[in-house]
Design a protein around this ligand. Structure first.
Ligand SMILES: Cc1ncc(COP(=O)(O)O)c(C=O)c1O
Length: 282
């Protein structure tokens, strides 16, 4: 797809977007981001997304560079320029450019706002994952652009032909490098509770909301690595992946590699939520 970018007030082709090497995002990973799914030309679950963006900005003492309605208008304009109704928008806000590199920052530095449009991903089954130690910091609830441990973990998965790396700390699976983790055991849907150890995924939130509405039993509690192997179903969620069923962990098949019925049910509900959004019902 033709990717249009937005940088500090200007729309331009992605290939022409330039930032200063003195941008604190570039030098220090001093910034946050969002991945915004758009269906039927409108952002899906925008109130939750905006709330998370604001939480991330507040957590790193970054002032909101645009009003809420300007942000929404930015999404609308990028979508129109992409000539597509279904897409993903990457939005990144960094603390901005300063004349010299310092760890401390100035209160009046103008944040850098960058966004561009990209396609929604597609995937083919079966999906395998690996587990790897969670090397991240203690504020994984902030959607920080500092993603080196996530990227290194995901690269390990890539080298092993797997779709995702699940991050394990003290024997517990926190989440994936860019997804949340769910298991199903005896029809109980289980995912770790929100905490500084995980990112509160929008798709995670939707899955739990759908479980509640449709009276599918669920629990928010820690998941041990060994529970993955005995689970009836393992899923990962993200706005791009939606709900993906995992058929093997570290080469070991989950339920003989069969995709489970609760996933099928949840995926239908998830797609129905998108359809409702398309038709303005939600
Ligand atoms: C570490 C991490 N956890 C979970 C998620 C899933 O979040 P969402 O459902 O909002 O895409 C992401 C998404 O990028 C992520 O990076």
């Amino acid at each position: 797809m033709i990717s249009t970018a937005y940088l500090n007030g200007q729309f331009l082709p992605l290939s022409e977007a330039r930032i200063s090497p003195m941008d604190r995002g570039f030098l220090l990973a001093d910034g946050i981001y969002e991945m915004i799914p758009v269906y039927a030309g409108r952002p899906f679950r925008w109130p939750s997304q905006l709330a998370r963006l604001k939480r991330s900005m507040a957590a790193i003492d970054l002032k909101q560079p645009m009003h809420d309605d300007e942000l929404l208008n930015l999404i609308k304009q990028l979508t129109e320029r992409a000539y597509k109704t279904d897409l993903l928008i990457y939005l990144q806000i960094t603390r901005g450019t300063e004349p010299s590199r310092n760890h401390y920052y100035q209160a009046d530095t103008q944040p850098t706002v960058f966004a561009y449009t990209t396609d929604l991903p597609s995937y083919t089954l079966p999906l395998k994952v690996i587990t790897t130690p969670d090397m991240r910091w203690q504020r994984c609830d902030i959607k920080s652009i500092s993603l080196l441990p996530n990227a290194l973990a995901r690269h390990q998965a890539y080298l092993q032909g797997a779709t995702e790396a699940l991050l394990v700390r003290d024997g517990y699976v926190n989440e994936g490098s860019s997804s949340n983790i769910f298991i199903v055991k005896q029809e109980m849907i289980i995912t770790p509770a929100k905490s500084p150890a995980i990112l509160a995924g929008l798709s995670r939130e939707l899955v739990l909301e759908l479980a509640q509405i449709h009276q599918l039993p669920y629990q928010e509690r820690p998941i041990t690595e060994s529970e993955l192997y005995t689970a009836d179903e393992v899923w990962i969620t993200s706005v791009g992946r939606k709900v993906q069923p995992i058929t093997a962990v570290n080469g070991k098949l989950i339920k003989q590699g069969n995709i489970g019925p609760i996933w099928q049910q949840m995926m239908k509900l998830y797609d129905k939520a998108i359809e409702d959004h398309r038709h303005g019902r939600k």
